[in-house]
Design a protein around this ligand. Structure first.
Ligand code: DC
Length: 221
């Protein structure tokens, strides 16, 4: 199977770019952040203290089912049979995802699911540790980044477009907080794989970034 790993910080455009590149190349697109967001939602709903790793780990019981299904070609997340694809996109779910993603038991819980998807499909998988931990043998690894301000502006526009009432300063502060959490955690911190191609999209339009990623993938296969 052809596996492409795309990692990078929040708001670098990973999901939109990966989705479009996968469509152009005929691969499926797997958004692993959605898996962490789903566990984040579990923690929010259970009113778990987000700094309590043991309490978060205790949420991962046999009674919990987290499924990734494709509905009309798009990835949807199901939590105990409920489609939570929209519920995992709130700012609260973002911060909860960041918190639960630092818990080793959560990463172990989601590892097999990610591995299996990659073994069974030609895919572009995006996340934070895909090139370093989940798919160290991926044929192509890309580390996609952009300045915090450029990323916050994109996320702000996206949330406003969805009718959410957010402030740019708040989005930027959340972004910086998540960057810090994601790159300073002890387990699977956000960092480029040694053999990753680094792409900075701060000054690129979306179309330019998509073209650059497709070109990079093609030239490395
Ligand atoms: O890409 P995203 O913003 O949807 O990711 C949500 C959170 O999950 C983010 O704070 C980092 C974490 N995450 C992770 O630790 N490992 C991944 N492979 C993907 C996401």
């Amino acid at each position: 199977m052809i596996n492409i790993a795309i990692d990078g910080p929040a708001g670098a455009g990973k999901s939109t770019i990966s989705r479009r590149a996968a469509a152009a190349l005929g691969y499926i697109y797997i958004d692993t952040g959605a898996l962490y967001r789903t566990i984040g939602l579990v923690a929010l709903r259970a009113k778990t203290e987000l700094t309590d790793a043991d309490a978060i780990a205790a949420l991962l019981t046999d009674a919990l089912t987290v499924e990734l299904r494709f509905v009309g070609g798009e990835q949807h997340m199901f939590l105990n049979g409920e489609d939570v694809s929209d519920a995992i996109r709130t700012p609260e779910a973002s911060l909860a995802a960041s918190a639960v993603s630092a818990v080793p038991a959560v990463r172990a819980y989601l590892f097999d699911l990610q591995k299996k998807m990659a073994q069974e499909n030609n895919c572009i998988m995006d996340g934070r540790d895909i090139g370093t931990v989940v798919l160290p043998d991926a044929q192509v690894k890309i580390f996609l980044t952009a300045s915090p301000e450029a990323r916050a502006k994109r996320r702000y526009d996206e949330l406003c477009g969805k009718g959410m009432d957010v402030k740019y300063d708040g989005v930027l502060a959340d972004m910086i907080q998540r960057d810090y959490n994601d790159s300073h955690r002890a387990i699977a911190p956000l960092k480029p794989a040694q053999d990753a191609v680094l792409l900075d999209t701060s000054d690129n339009t979306l179309e330019e970034s998509v073209a650059l990623v497709i070109e990079t993938i093609k030239s490395h296969l």
